[in-house]
Design a protein around this ligand. Structure first.
Ligand SMILES: NC(=O)c1ccc[n+]([C@@H]2O[C@H](COP(=O)([O-])OP(=O)(O)OC[C@H]3O[C@@H](n4cnc5c(N)ncnc54)[C@H](OP(=O)(O)O)[C@@H]3O)[C@@H](O)[C@H]2O)c1
Length: 269
């Protein structure tokens, strides 16, 4: 059976979204679950690059891109397996990124897997502070969805609605990520989601027990710095028993970097 035939098609697109993205993009079924999630939640991967001392950016946030060309290739290869890529407001603000599928080779791979040519882009901004001039908004090749809360002022909400294909309020003061991901799956057909940071967003997903896999590139650099972010920020876990437990499933050494894959161990409750 082909991968495509296993997967339900995308639901009828909301009218507003249809206006912003081409029919070809929204009508094709979102398919290819390389690791299908049977639940009503997407399968969630976190993909990050970190220095040997565990930092994802310098303390002043000026440097966040420090992986090799191989690491970038790996990022695009992973994106080519997913329905959507997600990032937090500070990641989108500070880096010149469009969260898209990359060149023709990767778009072809997506098509071969039965995926639409460009992944959906999901941005997280609980207070609506995301920069409207950010690079991601300059590229209109696929739907942009913003997850936010009722904390976002009305004027800001209007501004975000003009920028995105859909703005979803997912809580009063905090984003309820379980509900938000369930909504992304039901409304936008997102069954495989890659979160590309930053540390604050990753931490919220780990805390909510929503991460299935962690892909980590260890790069041969040391940044140091008390304020330099790591792959999971936020308030964190304060007891060993509450830490997310991982099982290493792959280790590869390429171009002086180590590519690690961990599965998150689910504890039955
Ligand atoms: N090396 C790597 O692989 C890599 C990857 C990604 C990012 N980075 C770097 O990491 C840094 C950014 O990381 P970061 O931890 O500071 O920021 P982040 O997670 O990218 O974004 C934080 C912002 O996103 C929103 N957000 C995140 N989690 C939320 C939650 N649970 N509820 C509501 N809103 C939430 C909030 O926006 P509002 O303020 O609007 O509420 C928050 O201020 C940048 O320097 C970036 O370049 C490195």
């Amino acid at each position: 059976m082909s991968l495509k035939s296993k997967v339900p098609g995308l639901k009828s697109p909301p009218a507003k979204r249809a206006a912003k993205v081409s029919q070809r993009q929204v009508r094709r079924p979102l398919a290819s679950r390389l690791q299908p999630s049977d639940s009503d939640l997407p399968f969630v991967l976190v993909n990050m690059a970190m220095t040997a001392d565990g930092k994802i950016a310098t303390g002043n946030r000026a440097v966040a891109s420090f992986g090799s060309a191989r690491d970038h290739e790996q990022l695009l290869e992973l994106r080519a397996t997913a329905d959507a890529v997600m990032a937090g407001a500070r990641t989108v603000d500070t880096a010149k990124i469009n969260l898209g599928p990359g060149g023709a080779k990767f778009r072809r791979r997506r098509r071969q897997r039965g995926l639409v040519e460009s992944n959906v882009r999901v941005l997280v901004s609980g207070g609506g502070s995301i920069n409207p001039a950010a690079e991601v908004f300059q590229h209109r090749f696929s739907p942009i969805i913003i997850l936010t809360t009722q904390r976002t002022p009305a004027t800001k909400l209007r501004q975000l609605r003009a920028l995105a294909d859909e703005v979803k309020i997912c809580g009063a003061t905090e984003i309820n990520f379980r509900a938000a991901l369930r909504w992304l799956r039901a409304r936008w057909g997102i069954a495989r989601l890659i979160c590309e940071g930053g540390g604050e967003l990753n931490a919220a997903l780990f805390r909510a027990g929503l991460v299935d896999e962690l892909h980590l590139t260890v790069c041969p650099k040391v940044f140091g710095g008390r304020t330099a972010p790591t792959i999971a920020e936020g308030i964190g876990r304060l007891q060993l028993a509450n830490a997310a437990s991982l099982k290493m499933t792959s280790v590869r050494r390429r171009a002086g970097e180590i590519f690690l894959v961990f599965e998150v161990i689910r504890i039955a409750v």
